[in-house]
Design a protein around this ligand. Structure first.
Ligand code: HEC
Length: 153
């Protein structure tokens, strides 16, 4: 009898778990429109989050990172990373307070279903350079024309 109820409890909990998981994926699909762009940060695994940026103190990293940003990211995130028509600001508090490892993970994995591409094809050092550049930005949405030259306009 004891064994039976233990098994029943086990069964019930695994059903619950499955239910929670399908609930989860369903809700991530139906919240289009009023979605929080920075919600993806919550999904970054602890280990990835804690990764330190090997190029955080490299004086060349923000410069190289800016070039890479202009090549690969500006078309969506805006020339000064203040946000564009297609993508949110990277100067926002959520991004600036995220750990370097978190940003690296987002770059590596993308948020494909929401239009953020995967950048795993960029070599790791380049991804860290971009992270260093993003972290060097002045927080908030304020435009800073002197930080990144707006060559196109
Ligand atoms: C084709 C457009 C596009 C390009 C190019 C692009 N992104 Fe994004 N990115 C997005 C979108 C859209 C989101 C919002 C995803 C969401 O809603 O969760 C995003 C989200 C992010 C986020 C998560 C925080 C946030 O603002 O939601 C970071 C960090 C980020 N992008 C960095 C970059 C970097 C760095 C590059 C260049 C290597 C880049 N992106 C290139 C479209 C783009």
């Amino acid at each position: 009898m004891l064994l039976m109820s233990a098994m029943a409890a086990l069964l019930a909990s695994s059903v619950l778990l499955e239910f929670a998981q399908s609930e989860n994926s369903a809700s991530s699909q139906k919240d289009h429109g009023h979605h929080n762009h920075y919600a993806e940060f919550a999904k970054v695994p602890e280990k990835a989050r804690a990764k330190t940026n090997p190029l955080a103190k490299d004086p060349d990293a923000p410069i190289a990172g800016r070039k890479l940003f202009e090549q690969h990211c500006a078309e969506c995130h805006g020339d000064t990373a203040e946000g564009g028509r297609k993508a949110p600001s990277l100067r926002a508090e959520e991004v600036q307070q995220a750990t370097p490892g978190t940003l690296f993970w987002i770059l590596t994995n993308g948020v494909v279903r929401r239009g953020m591409p995967v950048w795993s094809k960029l070599p790791e050092p380049q991804r860290w350079q971009i992270v260093t550049f993003v972290k060097s930005l002045t927080p908030s949405a304020a435009r800073e024309p002197t930080t990144v030259h707006d060559q196109a306009h």
